[in-house]
Design a binder for this molecule. Structure first.
Ligand code: SDX
Length: 376
């Protein structure tokens, strides 16, 4: 009988000083600060500083950090050429994974695992990821690539690069809050993938490339796209009940619900729900929010007793749609933010590294003879 913990459920595989999660109470803190006040009052740039330095920055430190981040916004001409070679039919998450991996090619010292070098490389990847996603989206639409504007925040710069116009304060604030909410979350699958790779003393480009691959899965970061697909399938609010009950009856997963750790409301969904409602109403997407809210009501009635509640992906779908993002850009948004958490975990892993190498329970046969081909 195997003793393996399926999916490593409940296994503590690392220590971290970045995210504290209490799954039973629905608590998330970044370095001890609750996620809700951070989402309401901080900025993504300040949150990245907090995660990497384990404390809030002073004003001059934040200014210096933002300047460093923004000075890395621009893509090299080789990277732009590579993006221009991407098939316009390619999926944005596959493009992001491919181009992030290629950033190692013009780094004169790509393999360094020196802490300050890894942080600088992580900052470069974080700074350039928005430009990679936006440049590919404009490429597939047959539009010119837009140059970044280093006077803009991380959130505003992405929306500028994507649309060619400066976002409204409301849009910038909403997107910035989404970036804060997605930045780090303990040892989730993509973060674990990142730590496994860096624990071999491989490079940060490989670690973040592997993490992007893990995040794309529909059981993880890909769920926000799945939420939107489901909401689009439901014609109207009145049809939600039949839609949800049909899926539950067929034992199909409702994307955006349930969580390996949270058996209570995901505290990130609380703020995202208010953001989604406000943005949906401001942008003529009120019915989309109503459908989401109706799905939540039915899921609460049917499965809340099993500890299945909305997770971060459920209301981020309505939020991203209301900001005007295309469906297949939702998961890349998750990645843009989580590069901060992945880099932070890579640094923590390197600070006290030990190769991550669990065991597997062998459950196959023993003492089998080798049978030559003519006797098989
Ligand atoms: C993220 O780990 C993280 O921190 C991830 C994340 C982060 O910030 O990095 O928080 C981001 O990935 C959030 C999760 C996004 N994924 C989805 O929304 C996909 C839909 N949800 C699931 O498939 C599921 O809830 C998981 C994968 C998220 C967690 O599943 P577990 O812990 O493996 O639980 P399970 O599959 O064993 O389910 C337990 C029971 C089952 O019922 P029974 O077989 O016991 O009768 O709950 C049911 C499941 O069928 N269930 C669901 C459900 N999720 C679980 N039923 C319907 N819809 C769902 N969404």
């Amino acid at each position: 009988m195997s003793t393996a913990a399926k999916g490593l459920e409940g296994v503590v595989a690392a220590e971290t000083e970045m995210s504290f999660i209490d799954g039973e109470k629905g608590v998330l803190e970044y370095v001890g600060i609750a996620i809700d006040p951070l989402a309401r009052h901080s900025t993504f740039e300040e949150t990245v500083f907090l995660l990497w330095n384990k404390r809030l920055p002073k004003a001059d430190e934040l200014a210096a950090f933002s300047k460093d981040l923004r000075s890395n916004y621009g893509l090299s001409k080789e990277t732009k050429r590579l993006i221009a070679l991407m098939p316009t039919s390619a999926q944005p998450m596959h493009v992001l994974r491919t181009i992030v991996s290629s950033l190692a090619l013009d780094d004169p010292d790509p393999n360094s695992t020196d802490r300050s070098a890894v942080q600088a490389k992580g900052l470069r990847i974080l700074a350039q990821a928005p430009a990679i996603v936006a440049a590919f989206d404009r490429h597939r639409r047959g539009l010119e690539i837009i140059e970044p504007d280093s006077s803009l925040s991380f959130a505003a710069n992405f929306l500028w690069l994507l649309n060619g116009e400066k976002p409204t304060d409301t849009m910038e604030r909403a997107f910035d809050a989404c970036m804060i909410l997605h930045a780090d979350h303990g040892l989730n699958a993509s973060t674990f993938a990142c730590r496994v790779i860096i624990s071999t003393l491989s490079d940060i480009y490989s670690a973040i490339t592997g993490a992007i691959g893990a995040l794309r899965g529909p059981l993880h970061g890909g769920a926000n796209e799945g939420v939107m697909v489901a909401l689009n399938e439901v014609g109207s609010v009145g049809e939600v009940e039949d839609f949800v009950m049909g899926k539950l009856k067929r034992k199909e997963r409702i994307m955006g619900f349930g969580h390996r750790v949270y058996k209570a409301y995901d505290p990130r969904a609380t703020y995202l729900k208010t953001l989604a409602k406000q943005l949906a109403e401001d942008t003529g997407n009120a019915e989309l929010y109503e459908k989401s809210s109706r799905v939540e009501q039915i899921m609460e009635r049917e499965v809340a007793a099993k500890g299945i509640y909305p997770n971060v992906d459920f209301y981020s779908a309505t939020t991203y749609h209301s900001i005007g993002l295309k469906l297949d850009l939702f998961t890349p948004m998750f990645a843009l933010s989580r590069i901060a958490g992945w880099t932070g975990h890579a640094l923590e892993q390197l600070d006290a590294n030990r190769l991550i190498r669990p065991k597997a329970d062998y459950v196959g046969p023993h003492d089998k003879p080798y049978v030559s081909m003519d006797k098989r």
